[in-house]
Unconditional design. Structure first.
Ligand code: PLP
Length: 251
C-alpha cells in the first residue's frame, strides 16, 4: 500500500518527510516522498528554508507515476514551501490518475520555532494559497493557530472553531486542540457532525507530531479504514511517539 507524501525535508528527521515515512511504516504503508522544500533545522530550531521549484516538484510526481505498476492509495501534503508549489500540487492531485485518491492536507504554515514554511510573493492569505488543495481534500488537519490563520480571525472557543472549520472547503476538518490550555480535545467537523477526541496532556512536547498524525491517517485511509478509525489509530501512534520522545517522563 503506497501513500504519496509531498512535504519538506527536515534533515534532523524531527518533522517533515523523514517523520512522515516513519509514521507511514508504523501504520503498515510504504511512502513515496516528494520534496517540496529543503530546510536547515537542528536542536536550536529552524534556520532556513528554500522551496523546490514547482516544475521539479511536478517532475518528481510524474516520474513516480510514469510506468508504475502500483498507484498510491492515499495522498498527503505537509509543508509546501511556496504558493506556486501549493497550486502545482493541487493541480496534479486534481487530475487523472490521482483525482479520486483520498487526500489529507496538513496546512503547515510555520515551524514550531517560528520560521515561515509557506512563502507567497503575492502575500495572499493562507486560505487563498491553500484553497485549491483544501477543495480537493478528504481531510484537513489544522491546529488552532493554523485554523485561525485560515479563517483570518482569532477563534475564542469551540463553537467558533467549528464554524471556521465548516467554512473551509475540505470535506472534513480535524481541528487539533493541543495548542490550547487544559486537556487537549481534537474536533472532527464533517458537515453537521462534530466528533470529539479527548487526549491527555504530556509534560512536554516533541517536533513533528502534526506531520506524523496526518501521515498515519493517510496510511489508514489507504488501507480502507473509515475516517474516525483512521484518526483514532493515528492519535494513538502520535501518543506513543510522544511518550518515547519524552523518554518515559510522560509516565
Ligand atoms: N519542517 C518541516 C520540513 C515540516 O514539514 C514541518 C511540518 O510539516 C515542520 C518543520 C514543522 O514541524 P514542527 O512544528 O515540529 O517544527
Amino acid at each position: 500500500m503506497i501513500v504519496l507524501v509531498a512535504a519538506g525535508l527536515d534533515p534532523s528527521g524531527g518533522a517533515g518527510l523523514l517523520a512522515d515515512l516513519e509514521a507511514l511504516r508504523a501504520a503498515g504503508a510504504e511512502g513515496w516522498a516528494v520534496a517540496t522544500a529543503l530546510t536547515a533545522q537542528g536542536p536550536r530550531g529552524a534556520r532556513a528554508m528554500e522551496p523546490v521549484p514547482s516544475g521539479l516538484v511536478l517532475r518528481q510526481i510524474d516520474a513516480l507515476l510514469d510506468g508504475a505498476r502500483r498507484r498510491p492509495r492515499a495522498l498527503k501534503t505537509g509543508m509546501l514551501g511556496s504558493a506556486e508549489n501549493a497550486r502545482a500540487v493541487a493541480a496534479r492531485f486534481g487530475a487523472a490518475p490521482l483525482a479520486r485518491v483520498p487526500l489529507v492536507v496538513d496546512p503547515v504554515l510555520r515551524s514550531s520555532s517560528g520560521l515561515p514554511l509557506l512563502s507567497d510573493p503575492l502575500r495572499r492569505g493562507p486560505a487563498a494559497v491553500l484553497g485549491p488543495l483544501l477543495e480537493r481534500a478528504a481531510l484537513a488537519t489544522p491546529n488552532w493557530p493554523e485554523l485561525e490563520a485560515l479563517a483570518g480571525r482569532s477563534l475564542a472557543g469551540e463553537a467558533e472553531a467549528v464554524a471556521a472549520a465548516r467554512a473551509l472547503p475540505a470535506r472534513a476538518v480535524l481541528v487539533k486542540g493541543g495548542h490550547r490550555e487544559g486537556e487537549p480535545v481534537d474536533l472532527l467537523v464533517r458537515g453537521r457532525s462534530v466528533v470529539r477526541f479527548r487526549g491527555r496532556r504530556r509534560p512536554g512536547t516533541a517536533r513533528g507530531t502534526g506531520c506524523r498524525l496526518a501521515s498515519a491517517i493517510a496510511a489508514l485511509l489507504a488501507r480502507g479504514a473509515p475516517l474516525e478509525e483512521a484518526i483514532r489509530w493515528a492519535k494513538r501512534h502520535v501518543e506513543r511517539h510522544l511518550d518515547s520522545a519524552l523518554g518515559g517522563r510522560a509516565g
